[in-house]
Design a protein around this ligand. Sequence first.
Ligand SMILES: Nc1ncnc2c1ncn2[C@@H]1O[C@H](COP(=O)(O)OP(=O)(O)OP(=O)(O)O)[C@@H](O)[C@H]1O
Ligand SMILES: [Mg+2]
Length: 317
Amino acid sequence: MSLKVENLKVETPKFKILKDVFWEVERGEIVSLVGESGSGKSISALSVLKLLPENFKISGKVEVDGVEPLNLNKKELSSFRWEKVSMVFQDPSSSLNPLLTIGEQIIEPMLYHRTVKSKEEGRERALELLKLCQVPKAEERLDSYPHHLSGGLKQRCAIAMALACNPSYLLADEPTTALDVTVQKKILELLKKLSKTKNLGTLLITHDMGIVQEISDKTYVLYGGYTVESGKTEEVLANPRHPYTKGLIECSPKLNGGVKRKLKTMAGNVPEPSEEIEGCPFHPRCPKAREICRKEMPPVVEEREHKFRCFFPLLKE
Ligand SMILES: Nc1ncnc2c1ncn2[C@@H]1O[C@H](COP(=O)(O)OP(=O)(O)OP(=O)(O)O)[C@@H](O)[C@H]1O
Ligand SMILES: [Mg+2]
């Protein structure tokens, strides 16, 4: 039982955004999807739910417990989005409707998808979910509007709403980026708890390698529309084989030995999808690039569960 993306490609009429992305989340685990801004993290998650603009062409394979969402019709997709895979967006304001109370927003999908029989039953379930998501004074909050709540509380309510129809998988797109550090920690603890108690498979999209280390079982690193490295988080962080992953680790305060060591920055920027780069998209920034890297895209190398895409991988320490 897993949510699996293989050889995922996304094209606009003008350029290719995703070229070959793969990642997989099993029930009960938390998987991180990392990479700098513009690497294709959100687009790959939105593809699973077919939430991209109409003129974007999605191809490749997406499979969720044997179902292929890319082949579903509108009606099937609507239940798939709530009952199988749901999403929490980076900014809770984009998940929550300012005109409805928190209770109304959680109960509505339950009634629509008939996971409850009446409004009263929905209210009870919504209350349970708010409590599960550690929303204080949950009963009162059911009747609050989003603007009554702090950012952290809004995000908890958005998570509760995503759980309304008891999905198997949750796509959490930078759910803590807009929050301060202490609130961030609590939300991450909540996601950890949900993955265990509800056997939820969670894809956590983040920039922050500290979060990756703290919370995830597996990690996938994206660059320029490709998955460039993946494996168990411990292994990827201890033994990065792709120079890009190593660069991300060296730029992270938590993983780079704290404040005592000077933090590195990575030269250059993530390529825009409209830039056609021949060969490996990382070669213009890569300290190890040679002739072949400028001409060909390296194939995926598999060393048991650890995969990477580099002609000259870093040696194991
Ligand atoms: N609607 C769109 N039209 C054209 N290009 C787009 C659109 N949405 C995203 N892109 C481009 O696709 C690329 C990948 O975008 P995506 O939003 O997946 O990045 P990301 O990894 O989630 O970045 P961030 O960390 O900033 O959220 C970016 O270069 C972006 O400019
Ligand atoms: Mg994004």
